[in-house]
Design a protein around this ligand. Structure first.
Ligand SMILES: CC(C)(COP(=O)(O)OP(=O)(O)OC[C@H]1O[C@@H](n2cnc3c(N)ncnc32)[C@H](O)[C@@H]1OP(=O)(O)O)[C@@H](O)C(=O)NCCC(=O)NCCS
Length: 277
């Protein structure tokens, strides 16, 4: 039986009916393939992203059957996690720069050559981080998030993890995206190539995003996640609340706005010192 079928069968069973040895073997194989980028939580087919539900099921299975165990380095640095999790073992040959100071890649995450992780940062299980991407201090790449090539995740960027609902798309950050400091991208939002998310912008799956250039509103629908278009420059904005109470108190709602599409000026504002990489 292939790995996908084994995981799907085990996932459907109540925990007390799962053969622990079979499950541990399947989880080990899944993490091995995730570490190598051979399987992914979501993949792009001809421009459209699709969730590999069975991969998420495998990760959830790992949480479900995991038993709390000790990962302590010594009596000072003590860690406890499920025995099915653990830390990704990397060597210098992976070509990844993990600057000393409290960063962790969880086992079952793919990190391509040329990725830089500034401390502290965290990459969770099921995440995929492609070549040359920079993950700055206090940044999180949540479970199953898919981050493309040469992305810049500035300090304190939070890329949320999406494990459940099982069919939902994880957060996708395509190639050459720039995410400014203190941003949050959550709940399966898709940020297309070369988009720029200005410092402090928060986008959840259900945040409407107003495009001042094309005079459009981007929202998720029953069949599609929220998609930020290629090259969009998204900044924090607000919009009036129109009911009488909102008007009386002059209230407004936080709303991300697409103020422009990337141009030379944006490139200059987001240029990164290659020698820092
Ligand atoms: C988005 C950003 C890159 C600017 O892009 P840009 O293409 O150079 O933007 P421009 O200067 O051409 O500004 C275009 C318009 O957007 C407005 N604007 C630009 N950045 C804005 C922001 N962050 N919030 C609100 N409005 C903004 C400008 O005032 C201008 O409006 P105007 O035409 O009415 O004058 C910049 O604001 C930003 O967020 N940089 C990231 C900084 C950061 O987090 N660094 C990480 C270090 S760890």
């Amino acid at each position: 039986m292939i790995l996908q079928q084994i995981i799907e069968r085990l996932y459907e069973l109540p925990v007390d009916k799962i053969d622990r040895e079979d499950a541990l073997q399947a989880i080990k194989q899944l993490k091995f393939s995730l570490n190598r980028g051979e399987v992914r939580a979501a993949e792009n087919f001809g421009g459209a992203w699709k969730t590999n539900t069975w991969v998420k099921k495998g990760i959830l299975l790992a949480f479900r059957i995991g038993v709390l165990s000790e990962f302590s380095e010594n009596e000072v640095f003590q860690f406890f996690d499920k025995d099915t999790m653990g830390i990704r073992q990397l060597s210098i040959n992976h070509g990844v720069r993990i600057v000393p100071g409290g960063s962790v890649v969880r086992d079952g995450a793919y990190i391509a050559e040329g990725v830089v992780m500034m401390p502290p940062s965290y990459i969770n299980i099921g995440a995929y981080v492609d070549e040359g991407t920079m993950i700055d201090s206090h940044a999180l790449i949540g479970s199953c998030a898919q981050v493309g090539k040469h992305v810049h995740c500035s300090a304190a960027t939070q890329i949320g993890g999406v494990l459940e609902p099982i069919g939902s798309i994880p957060v996708i950050i395509e190639d050459d995206v720039f995410i400014g400091g203190n941003c949050g991208i959550y709940e399966g939002a898709i940020i297309k190539r070369r988009a720029v998310i200005a410092a402090g912008v928060t986008i959840t799956g259900s945040t409407p995003v107003y495009d001042l250039i094309h005079q459009k509103i981007y929202k998720k629908s029953a069949s599609n996640p929220l998609i930020i278009p290629e090259g969009a420059v998204v900044v924090s904005g607000g919009r009036q609340i129109n009911n009488s109470f909102g008007q009386e108190h002059r209230l407004s709602l936080y709303t991300p706005l697409i103020i422009k599409y990337r141009d030379e000026k944006t490139d200059a504002s987001t240029v990164l010192e290659e020698s820092l990489r």
